[in-house]
Design a protein around this ligand. Sequence first.
Ligand code: ADP
Ligand code: MG
Length: 727
Amino acid sequence: MSRIRFDALNEASKRKPIKVKEKGRRSETFGSNVFNEHAMRQYLTKDAFTSVKDAIQYGTKIDRKIADQIAAGMKDWALSKEATHYTHWFQPLTGATAEKHDAFFEPMAGGGAMEKFGGDQLVQQEPDASSFPHGGIRNTFEARGYTAWDPSSPAFIYGTTLCIPTVFVSYTGEALDNKAPLLRALQAVDHAATAIAKYFDKNVTKVNATLGWEQEYFLIDTALAASRPDITLTGRTLLGHSPAKGQQLDDHYFGSIPSRVMSFMRDLEQECMLLGVPVKTRHNEVAPNQFELAPIFEEANLAVDHNSLLMDVMEKVAQRHNFKVLFHEKPFAGINGSGKHNNWSLATDTGVNLLSPGKTPMKNLQFLTFFVNTIKAVHNNEELIRASIASASNDHRLGANEAPPAIISVFIGSQLSQVLDELENVTKGKLSPQEKTDLKLNIVGKIPEILLDNTDRNRTSPFAFTGNKFELRAVGSWTNCAGPMTVLNTIIAKQLKDFKKEADLLIEKKNLKKDEAIFNVLREYIKASKKIRFEGDGYGEAWEKEAKKRGLSNHKTTPEALKAKISKESIILYEEMDVMSKIEVQARHEIELEEYTMRIQIEGRVIGDIARNHVIPTAVGYQNTLIENVRGLKEIFGAGFKKQAKEQIELIEQISHHIAEINSKVEAMIQERKNANKLSGQKAADAYCNKVKPYFEEIRYHCDKLEMMVDDNLWPLTKYRELLFTR
Ligand code: ADP
Ligand code: MG
């Protein structure tokens, strides 16, 4: 075994679980490092408290004087928790989180010092943002950007730093982050959904989108991960032969959690409790060393922040336990990849889940209204949803046979399908009393019973109704939920707005009763959105053919998928819903294309380096041993040596063949990279996708063949079996 590999395995094998001591009951620690309602009541004046509450509930502006009071309370609270620094915490378009810490401490004139933090520091900051991606926004406009406090996501203390969630915008008002468009989308969906919820209950004044994500990830020992340049630099393995044992025995899923991993999970959960992230479930996933963590769902903005925070915290806690977390959607070829299901629904401030049927016929009609509108919204915007989850790493997962396909479709189960089929036959215009009774009792009225027994879940659907929420399953494990959540809530807002217009028209112009109008519009929506509904096997080839016939998109690569983001329709939609301006949309598209290009470029460099610096020299070394052996045989057996040396000679030839192939493919790939580097934007991304990337598989094929031939003692790269089964 090579020295590097031996040392790494040796180190990994000695790891012991770290003892984690829980600091009291979880119910007691939960949220204790969050400036939540409980803390605010303690530390804020009544005026300040009401002002923050109103800002959260109704989006009202906070007066500057009050901001000073809030800052003072927040500072006292933070100091009581031994915080020394504060930071505006934001989500630039890199997809990760950013922070720049400032100390509370300030020296005073004449000596001495004190802790200072005022309204100005709370409300607005100007980070040096020149190296964050901006997609041209700050070239054409004012160069500076600033962060502004988002009171709807509470401040928290991480380590010794008070973190204040903020949006990041340019001085001309363009969003430079993921949060600002999300907040606008959430506001749009609130307005549109509240207007419709009022049909059914006048008391509703606000509708919150809710999000419950499920985060999948891999844990690899840090020593082993560090021994692989591809994992270190790209987050995935670019080569490696499948192990003799993979996941075929299905013995990992929901199996007992290895003790070292359990120790990491407990430590992580403890951090989450302090930070108010309501983590609830943990379990093994399908692949070896793959796990999942899921919280209880929350208001979408907070849930998105919590997911970003969690990914950050996970990496830090993992380090303490000598693990590296892999968020990449496909770290190992031939082994299940990771996703991040986004469970989504809408909830009123009267405590009603709008995607859950109720006890009365009216409540069931309300459910049906939101249910059918969601399907219609997905139908009208399937390409935009696909675009919202596109990334170089998620391309490995979507459509790769074990993940949701790159085709967006909606699964609702056979019984709800039947309900929709029956609703297609509702009479146009006014309904007879008989028909109304029939609808109430036999069709709509049956929904609650149906959902009680909603057992026919389809695991292969990218967008499935699961009883009281929709589950967007195609989101990548590395993806920031803000992207897909912005799209989903924007398209639902637009759909609900259109629905209201149509229903109101029927009520006013055609004199229909409210429920008659609703049935009439829903009937047409059900008919119009049929092609997006699919109940069968989403992983099958038959579906690809069928989807093509239906005219559904099937974009397998990011450069293709992203095009929908800047289509004329998308820009009109974003502008109409006040979510993003044309400039903001184009900037994001540009940034994402560039990120794609850079990721493939890095992978190309890394695979070229590994192939030439690790694989070929090792293969040549082993080949020399074989040649030596053949020479020896010739010495002993003379002319008859060929019989004894047959296998060796064959191996020597095969090794030469693979080395030659690797060399020529790497050379050709480098040439294509040079060509691609002369291009920019869409053309560069296309070239990296279609001309450079295809070489990865070819180079890998020959490297993996050599891995199986070469003496295990010489192989320098930690093997799949070692990466996946060391715990
Ligand atoms: P799985 O998909 O693993 O079978 P479930 O279907 O039980 O799991 O999904 C549970 C997830 O759904 C949890 O993360 C939970 O927080 C979330 N969830 C449940 N209700 C809602 C809701 N109304 N809105 C958003 N998310 C929800
Ligand atoms: Mg799920």
